[in-house]
Design a protein around this ligand. Structure first.
Ligand code: NAD
Ligand code: APR
Length: 250
């Protein structure tokens, strides 16, 4: 059965749950797309864990600087803008993202719940204090370039990216609010995620278990289970603006 756009117009509380795919059309690589995914080109164990940072802080800091500066050079795409627009048309919208870029915010979204942290929130690896000095924004370094991390002004510890690494706990408040929104919503749009990383991947399931309709938007068909679970196969930057036009005539 086809997803009826009326559900979007009639929704009381919409949760939008995004992954790397929502930023793909902004030129930011995803993690698990065949050939282009970051985890097909790099080993997360060498780059996205606390042990990797202990072993080689300059390699890890350099890799995240490459990602941060690429994100700064990127622009929000029509998917980010449609999500920011949707917040104006429904009574309540909660935006939950696994992404660490700030493209949702730059498209106008507010109160974004970042389950995996943010590239713009570095902190000290030793004392955990936020690092508030301005980070340089020169050209994007060669991927894999070693860049010595800055030092903490309080304890001289090494500064780490403010992202959640494999095996690390997710920010408790963001996760709690995301689970609460999933339980309360009547419609959840899952946009551009492979749904393989826990505990974030629970969110669409929690919404479904609590009676919400779930719509997956992804160029890869998503395995659908349940009568209130739908899929639109295609790019978020094309599907979301069309969905808003069909639902709100704009
Ligand atoms: P996972 O299921 O191993 O991740 C679960 C853990 O990730 C949990 O502890 C969770 O709390 C934590 N987590 C929380 N936030 C995270 C974040 N921002 N980023 C990553 N994890 C976070 O995840 P996974 O997807 O199964 O990890 C393995 C993935 O990495 C596989 O998809 C595999 O394709 C890829 N991988 C690739 C290579 C390679 O060399 N190409 C090697 C190993 C793994
Ligand atoms: N529009 C919508 N979806 C897209 C697009 C697009 N234009 N391009 C790719 N996709 C889809 C892919 O088909 C894939 O299913 O986006 C999904 C991206 O999945 P992943 O690369 O696994 O990214 P994500 O689901 O966000 O990964 C979750 O894993 O390693 C961690 O920290 C990382 O937060 C990330 C988490």
């Amino acid at each position: 059965m086809e997803f009826n756009a009326d559900r979007l117009r009639e929704a009381r509380h919409v949760v939008v749950f995004t992954g790397a795919g929502v930023s793909a059309e902004s030129g930011i690589p995803t993690f698990r797309d065949a050939l282009t995914g970051l985890w097909e080109r790099f080993d997360p164990a060498e780059l996205a864990t606390a042990d990797a940072f202990r072993r080689d802080p300059a390699l890890v800091w350099g890799w995240y600087e490459w990602r941060r500066r690429k994100a700064l050079q990127a622009q929000p795409n029509p998917a980010h803008r449609a999500i920011a627009e949707l917040a104006r048309w429904v009574p309540k919208l909660t935006l939950v993202t696994q992404n660490v870029d700030d493209l949702h915010e730059r498209a106008g979204s507010r109160d974004v719940l970042h389950l995996h942290g943010s590239l713009s929130a570095p902190r000290c690896f030793a004392c955990a204090r936020p690092y508030r000095q301005a980070l340089p924004v020169p050209d994007v370094p060669e991927v894999g370039a070693r860049i010595e991390p800055p030092r903490c002004p309080h304890c001289n510890g090494k500064i780490r990216p403010g992202v959640v690494w494999f095996g690390e706990a997710l920010p408790e408040k963001a996760l709690r609010e995301a689970f609460a929104a999933a339980r309360d919503c009547d419609l959840l749009l899952s946009v551009g995620t492979s749904g393989v990383v826990q505990p974030a991947a629970q969110i669409p399931l929690i919404a479904q278990e609590n009676g919400a309709t779930v719509l997956h938007i992804n160029p890869q068909p998503v395995l659908l289970g349940g009568e209130r679970v739908f899929g639109l196969v295609g790019k978020a930057g094309e599907i979301l603006p069309d969905l808003l036009r069909r639902a709100f005539g704009r």
